[in-house]
Design a protein around this ligand. Structure first.
Ligand SMILES: Cc1ncc(C[n+]2csc(CCOP(=O)(O)OP(=O)(O)O)c2C)c(N)n1
Ligand SMILES: [Mg+2]
Length: 322
């Protein structure tokens, strides 16, 4: 792999983490008045798939979407502004954390209703096919998305029409406080379920982000060449509570041991040591890079202080008209 790609993978992972930590550390000031689902711990999936997507590929996401938005080129300044309800936000301050959009970068949005973006993504892929475009649609979903009827209808249609779609299922084992064992049959593998419906299915691992990038890169090239519906399941883990900036192990639905086990194999830490082991960057260069990312994220956050207070918005004026 080229050195600049390896560096870029780390840079995106690190940026997502710093942006999310910035949100977490400021959330309790009560200036962000929208429910916020952070993906700290899950960043490597977004970072690597986002980098493997080309500009004209489309991505669409669910409620835990900051990482997908950023990895597709979304601006952290606009993300921070959105969470604070400012007009300068990516959704003009009326969407909040769960309704991000960035059409310039072909990020077609995120929605709060579980599985709601799936049929939209499939429809977008249908439009690409009708227009004979050689791009794909990446639909990010959580593990609970496959418990909704619309998932089955949409993937069936997508398989039938050979649409250029890749479902990326971030299986973090939980839907709010309920473990997957209590929601789905014990021996089920989600990617095998998708395979039974006719999607070409894969199980990838997040631990080594450089390998993960290569897998996405190969897969996306294949789909652009030969439009088909693929499904990728990746086991991952959120470090913080389902919704909000805090640790939630005191609630008892998951054990501290489980969180610790995942933190021990943190993909961001892996990337840092990979870069030094392979002499791509030394420790000092990584520190400089981290500092640069921190300064830029701080600048984007501090930009909020220059903005005028959000005023009441007449949302009827913001309704999308075709
Ligand atoms: C149709 C629907 N049912 C229930 C909810 C409430 N809800 C919000 S997030 C969530 C958990 C979804 O879990 P998953 O898809 O695995 O994503 P994760 O939060 O784990 O990233 C649920 C049940 C909802 N938003 N929409
Ligand atoms: Mg989940």
């Amino acid at each position: 792999m080229k050195k600049n790609i390896s560096k870029k993978i780390y840079e995106i992972q690190k940026k997502i983490r710093i942006v999310e930590e910035k949100i977490a550390s400021n959330y309790n000031q009560n200036r962000m008045r929208c429910p916020t689902h952070l993906s700290i711990g899950q960043e490597s999936v977004a970072a690597t798939s986002g980098l493997a997507l080309s500009h004209n590929d489309i991505s669409i996401s669910y409620h835990r979407s900051h990482a997908h938005f950023l990895a597709k080129g979304g601006s952290s300044k606009k993300l921070f502004a959105e969470l604070h309800g400012f007009d300068e936000g990516c959704s003009k301050g009326v969407g909040g954390s769960m309704h991000l959009i960035d059409l310039k970068n072909n990020f077609y949005g995120s929605t709060a209703i579980v599985s709601n973006s799936i049929p939209v993504g499939v429809g977008l892929a249908y439009s690409l096919k009708l227009a004979k475009k050689k791009n794909l649609v990446c639909i990010y979903i959580g593990d609970a998305a496959v418990e909704e009827g619309v998932f089955f209808e949409s993937i069936n249609f997508s398989v039938l029409k050979k649409l250029p779609v890749v479902f990326i299922c971030e299986n973090n084992f939980y839907s709010v406080y309920t473990h997957i064992k209590e929601r789905q049959p014990k021996k089920r593998k989600i990617f095998k379920l998708a395979s039974a419906i006719g999607a070409t299915s894969h199980s990838f691992k997040q631990d080594n982000p450089f390998k993960l990038f290569q897998k996405f890169d190969e897969l996306f090239k294949k789909i652009r060449k030969n439009p088909m519906t693929h499904f990728v399941e990746i086991e991952t883990f959120r470090y913080l509570e389902h919704c909000g900036p805090n640790d939630d192990t005191s609630l008892g639905y998951r054990k501290l041991q489980e969180v610790k086990k995942w933190k021990k194999k943190d993909p961001l830490a892996f990337s840092r040591s990979y870069l030094t082991r392979n002499k791509i960057l030394n420790k000092n260069q990584i520190e400089i890079l981290d500092k640069k990312i921190n300064i830029n994220v701080d600048k984007d956050f501090n930009f909020l202080s220059k903005l005028k207070k959000p005023k009441f918005k007449d949302i009827r004026k913001l309704v999308y008209k075709a």
